[in-house]
Design a protein around this ligand. Sequence first.
Ligand code: XMP
Length: 318
Amino acid sequence: DWTPNAFVGETVEALKNKIGNDKVVLGLSGGVDSSVAAMLLHKAIGENLYCIFVNNGLLRKNEFTDVLEQYKGMGLNVKGVDASARFLDALAGKSDPEEKRKAIGRVFIEVFDDEAHEIENVTYLAQGTIYPDVIESVSATGGPSATIKSHHNVGGLPDFMKLKIVEPLKLLFKDEVRRVGASMGMDKQLLGRHPFPGPGLAIRILGDITPEKVRILQEVDAVFINGLKDAGLYDKVWQAGAILLPVNSVGVMGDERTYEKCVALRAVESTDGMTADWVNLPYEFLQKTSNDIINKVKGVNRVVYDISSKPPATIEWE
Ligand code: XMP
């Protein structure tokens, strides 16, 4: 029978044997999979695991600093790289979703490659790939790895992609990854985090991206997500987030008419993201959240709730 404890024991042993005294580089995303992969490798090879956590400027509010601190607290050898400006520059003026994804994928590879070159004599690239990712890349649905591949078929692989690959979670499903993390004593909040797309808020800001739009969406998202946590609803939802619409709608303030931004809130139930149902959040919660957003976030005067299921509506709006 499969147990998380036995998996940890066997995997750590196997990683030690395979890697020996070599160095490994791993990109942390703040998500469950890369974090659990990092902890397994850390147990096996300690300081020879070099983790890189890139801020693409499209993370949730305070996420970069909070998660970086958390990783350091876990004893990981992690370097935080704030490349926000490079990402936002590359995105300026782009509104096509696939172009935005490609730009983000390209800059990520450049930044990661630069950082990987800073580590002398690195042999392995570790990834938090899990079993459903393996299947999905075969069916080529265009996830993040597909973006990386499509870009790099053009000019040859960057050096870090020529490294030998280690994927300790390759045969696990998400719930098993969470159980493995829990058995290593990892923080429950980290293990229970909602999935978050690699391109981050870029695909939740419909149309082109500006620092001001990122700021607005980070604020809105924080009100929504913290509200879900405060109301005890966060763990009942598979994924939630806010979307900044490319629409200004009319409002009144005093005796003036305003034209300000409209945001959509989305919360879904799902097991694997392939199908999803919108969540029937309590009216009182929606009412309070809407008021909080409109009162606290300057530039937003309207909040709507997305009641579409997948299929045909996807979870993300882009
Ligand atoms: P959709 O919108 O296709 O999303 O219903 C299904 C799941 O995939 C995530 N998603 C992405 N993740 N890069 C990622 O790493 C992407 O480009 C991307 N697009 C969607 C989405 O957040 C949901 O969990």
